[in-house]
Write a protein that binds this ligand. Structure first.
Ligand SMILES: C[S@@+](CC[C@H](N)C(=O)[O-])C[C@H]1O[C@@H](n2cnc3c(N)ncnc32)[C@H](O)[C@@H]1O
Length: 268
């Protein structure tokens, strides 16, 4: 769906999504960030996740990838500012009824980090040391429910449960070492391996997987590969085009109206 994620979410029916995996737009870190203030940015994400809570099925999962962002200093007399997005978002999510389940650390190779220690390397003065950030957070939440996960599993017939069994080489810890991915059109894409793990561990075959900030559509590609269905929202034409190029006839681009009426763009 090409358009604003919040507008789409407001019109989706209750209890329609099995799993959401998303990486929201960064705060003023990339060209697509357009928020008046950090509070306004968090307020926007809070509205998105509140609607998402309504449309998520009982006891099902929301997985959010974020990391602290640095807004560079304006000049030598100023300090850069680091915003701790995962930590500031977390209390807003739990207040909405998202129950915290896990904090997964996505660790990239050392070379993937932007160096922050060039000054320190020469003068070695304490108080000035800064870490080269090689991790991002993958926070896992469950829509609050009085029922246990077994209840969710019992909704599926035995053949679907069998087909949904995770692969033998499944991950056992909360530190996932995965190389970052690059895309020729989008500047901040998920690696396929990250999407495939999240989808394999938090959804069943045939489920509807949602990414409200789809970018180049990596969640959609992984969902189709793992025999799930996918709903993606993306506001930028260039990225919607990129998604179409990646998944071709397997996915249709449409407006909110067409989506809700069950039509695709070619029928308008
Ligand atoms: C961090 S990127 C997601 C990248 C994606 N995970 C991938 O693998 O390509 C966030 C995306 O959210 C989109 N976006 C920003 N505001 C939006 C909104 N209000 N509704 C829908 N998409 C939006 C941006 O255009 C951007 O592509």
């Amino acid at each position: 769906m090409q358009g604003d994620a919040l507008e789409l979410l407001r019109r989706l029916p209750d209890d329609s999504i099995h799993l959401t995996f998303t990486s929201p737009p960064y705060y003023n870190a990339r060209d697509y960030s357009v928020y008046e203030s950090y509070e306004a940015y968090l307020d926007f994400l809070e509205s998105v996740f509140a609607e998402l809570h309504r449309v998520t099925k009982e006891g099902r999962f929301l997985v959010v990838n974020t990391s602290p962002v640095i807004v560079p200093r304006a000049g030598r007399q100023h300090e850069s500012h680091r915003f701790a997005i995962p930590f500031d978002l977390h209390p807003r999510l739990t207040a909405q009824g998202w129950r915290f389940i896990d904090d997964i650390i996505w660790r990239k190779p050392d070379g993937a980090a932007k160096p922050r220690n060039s000054g320190f390397a020469s003068h070695r003065q304490p108080l000035t040391w800064k870490a080269n950030a090689v991790t991002e957070y993958v926070m896992v939440y469950r829509k609050r429910s009085a029922r246990l996960i077994d209840w969710n599993l019992r909704q599926y017939p035995a053949d679907v449960r069998e087909a949904s069994r995770a692969p033998d080489d499944y991950e056992t810890s909360n530190v996932w070492e995965i190389d970052p991915a690059v895309d020729r059109v989008h500047s901040a894409v998920f690696p396929a391996a990250l999407c495939e793990r999240v989808i394999a561990y938090y959804s069943m075959v045939g489920d509807l997987i949602f990414d409200p900030f789809a970018g180049s559509g990596t969640v959609g590609v992984a969902a189709l590969k793992l025999e799930r269905r996918a709903l993606l929202a993306e506001i930028d034409d260039r990225y919607v085009q990129r998604i179409q190029n990646r998944v071709g006839m397997q996915m249709r681009a449409c407006t909110i109206e067409q989506l809700l009426e069950g039509r695709d763009a070619s029928e308008s």
